[in-house]
Design a protein around this ligand. Sequence first.
Ligand SMILES: [Zn+2]
Length: 181
Amino acid sequence: MRSRALTLMVSLFLSASVSGFHLSPPALAATSEATGQKIKVYSEEQKGMVMVSRVDKTEAEWKAVLTPEQFRIIRQKGTEPAGSGAFLKSHASGIYRCVGCGQDLFSSTAKYDSGTGWPSYWQPIALANIKTAPDNSQGQTRTEVICSRCGAHLGHVFPDGPKPTGKRFCINSLALTFMKK
Ligand SMILES: [Zn+2]
């Protein structure tokens, strides 16, 4: 656990140094977007990397399993109002998972109060479990954070987080479920 956390920190540092702010871990670059494609991600339950199938659904299928608010956030790149999220003030120990596919995304150990109005984390549970992409919408230059398994829009990552990564993963509560430890 300790060495994995260290590796993650080093990876975050390296990717930040090499590619400016955009996280682009080499392992993710090789990941295919094809339907049913297997990807390697970290599983908290297995305490290691596992192979899982990507989750691809049609818009109708997503609407059938998500609430309208969840659908607006994770499938239409929406943002919940600042201060409104269910997990904003949560300090319970556990794992935050993707509401779309259940993939482990963030540990409560990396959660902190950023004062922004959204749940904030200084690192994902594993770089393989997320993807990032440039987002130039709304006249801003931001980096979108996406679930690597189902493509859910989760939020954005900013370069003003606390040590050791200096990153702030600013995530919508509506994109998450919580598994208490
Ligand atoms: Zn997902």
